[in-house]
Design a protein around this ligand. Structure first.
Ligand SMILES: CC(=O)SCCNC(=O)CCNC(=O)[C@H](O)C(C)(C)COP(=O)(O)OP(=O)(O)OC[C@H]1O[C@@H](n2cnc3c(N)ncnc32)[C@H](O)[C@@H]1OP(=O)(O)O
Ligand SMILES: O=C([O-])CC(=O)C(=O)O
Length: 370
C-alpha cells in the first residue's frame, strides 16, 4: 500500500458542487470572481443546493424560508444562557447545532425534501445561535431575528441590536459568498464521511463544525487576528514575522493544500479590507496585513489564503475575533449541506485503509506478570 499522507492528491469522490481547476474556483460552473462581484449570498445558497441560479420568486421564497426558520427552539436558547461565558463560540455552535437535532422530529428521516428543509433550518438558525451567545456572554439579551433584512443584514442586526449600514451588510454578504463552498476541504470531507454512514444531517454538520474549528482550517482566521493584535504596529511587523520564520513557525493565513499560486478569494478580501480600513479611518490592520503578505511571499513564496484578509475585514466590521470561525461556518453550512445531500443521493460508505506500522507478534501477559 502507498500512503498519501494527509490524503494529498487523492481523489476520493465525484462532486458537481464546486471545483478548483488550475487555481480557478467555481461554484456549479460559475467563477467565484463573477459571483463575488454580482450575486447575493442567498442566490449562491440556492445555486449550491439546487445546481442553478434562482428565479426571482424562488429567491424571494428562499429568503422568506430563511427568515421563517431563524428562531431557535426555547430549550436551545435556554441552553445557550447556561453555557459558560468563556466557552469558545465554535464549541457553543457545535453543541447547539447538535442539540437542534433533538427538536426536529424529522432529524432522522432521510428523504430528499426533508433533507432540503433541514438544510434551510440549519442555515437559518446558525446566525441566531452565534449572535445570541455573543450577546449573552456580554450580559446582553439576545435580539430576535428580523425578517426582510437579508441573511447578512439579519446577522449584523442580531449581533449589534441595530440595523447595519449598507456598506457593512454588503461586505459581509460578499465574505459569505467567498466562503460558501470549497470542494473537498477538511470540514466538508468530515461531513461527507458522517453522511456516508447514513447518519443524519445534524450529525454530519456537527462533525463538520468540529473539523472547521482547527487552526489549520477555519480556525486560522481567528489566529490571524491574534497575530495582528500581538504585533499591533506596522513598525514591528518585520521583526515579528522574521522571528517566526527563523523559528520555523507557521504564519497563519498563508499556504494551501490545493492553491500553490494563490487563493482566488484572497484578492477580494484584500480589497475589502483596504476599502473598509479607509472607510473607518483606521488603515492599520490592512497595512500590517499587506506588509506581512509581502514578507511571506518574498521569503517563503507562500500566498495568503481566504483566512488571511478575512480577519481584518471582520475586525473592521466590529466583530470579535472568536466569532470569525463561526461566521465561516455560517457561510459554509450551505456548502456542507449541499455536499451531504449529494452524498445521500449516491451513497457509498467512505472507508479508506491504513497501513499498519505498529508492533507485531505480541503475546498476552497477565497483568500481575507485566
Ligand atoms: C479555509 C482554510 O482552511 S485555508 C487554510 C487555513 N490554514 C492556515 O492558514 C494555517 C497555515 N497554513 C498551513 O498550516 C498549511 O499551509 C496548510 C494546512 C493550509 C496546508 O498544509 P499542507 O498542504 O499539508 O502543507 P505543508 O504543511 O506540508 O506545507 C508545505 C511546506 O510549506 C510550509 N508552510 C506551509 N504553510 C506555511 C505557513 N503558513 N507558514 C510557514 N510555512 C508554511 C511547511 O512548513 C512546509 O515546509 P517544509 O516542506 O519545509 O516542511
Ligand atoms: O480547501 C481547503 O483545504 C481549505 C479551504 O480553503 C476552504 O475550506 O475554504
Amino acid at each position: 500500500m502507498t500512503v498519501a499522507k494527509g490524503l494529498e492528491g487523492v481523489v476520493a469522490l465525484e462532486s458537481q458542487i464546486s471545483s478548483i481547476v488550475d487555481g480557478v474556483l467555481t461554484y456549479r460552473g460559475y467563477d467565484i470572481d463573477d459571483l463575488a462581484e454580482h450575486a447575493q449570498f442567498e442566490e449562491v445558497t440556492f445555486l449550491l443546493w439546487k445546481g442553478r441560479l434562482p428565479q426571482k420568486d424562488e429567491l424571494d421564497q428562499l429568503k422568506k424560508d430563511l427568515d421563517n426558520h431563524a428562531t431557535l427552539p426555547d430549550v436551545v436558547l435556554q441552553q445557550l444562557r447556561e453555557y459558560p461565558k468563556d466557552a469558545h463560540p465554535m464549541a457553543v455552535l457545535r453543541t447547539a447545532v447538535s442539540a437542534l437535532a433533538m427538536f426536529d422530529q424529522d432529524a432522522d428521516k432521510n428523504d430528499p425534501e426533508v433533507n432540503y428543509l433541514k438544510a434551510v433550518k440549519l442555515t437559518a438558525k446558525i446566525p441566531t445561535i452565534i449572535t445570541a451567545y455573543a450577546r449573552l456572554r456580554k450580559g446582553l439579551e439576545p435580539v430576535s431575528p428580523k425578517a426582510g433584512l437579508g441573511f447578512a443584514g439579519n446577522f449584523l442586526y442580531m449581533l449589534n441590536g441595530e440595523e447595519p449600514t449598507d456598506v457593512a451588510k454588503q461586505a459581509l454578504d460578499k465574505a459569505l459568498t467567498l466562503h460558501a463552498d470549497h470542494e473537498l476541504n477538511a470540514s466538508t470531507f468530515a461531513a461527507r464521511v458522517a453522511a456516508g454512514t447514513l447518519a443524519d444531517m445534524y450529525s454530519s454538520i456537527t462533525a463538520a463544525i468540529g473539523a472547521l474549528k482547527g487552526p489549520l482550517h477555519g480556525g486560522a482566521n481567528e489566529a490571524v487576528m491574534k497575530m495582528l493584535g500581538e504585533i499591533d504596529s506596522i513598525e514591528l511587523v518585520e521583526s515579528y514575522i522574521q522571528g517566526k520564520l527563523d523559528r520555523k513557525e507557521k504564519i497563519m493565513g498563508f499556504g494551501h493544500r490545493v492553491y500553490k499560486n494563490g487563493d482566488p478569494r484572497a484578492k477580494h478580501l484584500k480589497e475589502m479590507s483596504r476599502q473598509l480600513g479607509q472607510q473607518v479611518g483606521n488603515p492599520k490592520w490592512f497595512e500590517m496585513s499587506n506588509k506581512i503578505e509581502h514578507l511571506v511571499v518574498d521569503q517563503k513564496g507562500l500566498k495568503p489564503n481566504v483566512d488571511f484578509y478575512s480577519a481584518s475585514v471582520y475586525t473592521y466590521l466590529g466583530i470579535d475575533k472568536d466569532l470569525f470561525t463561526p461566521i465561516f461556518a455560517m457561510s459554509r453550512i450551505t456548502g456542507w449541506t449541499a455536499h451531504v445531500m449529494e452524498q445521500y443521493a449516491d451513497n457509498r460508505l467512505i472507508r479508506p485503509r491504513a497501513e499498519y506500522t505498529g508492533l507485531t507478534n505480541q503475546s498476552y501477559v497477565p497483568v500481575d506478570q507485566r
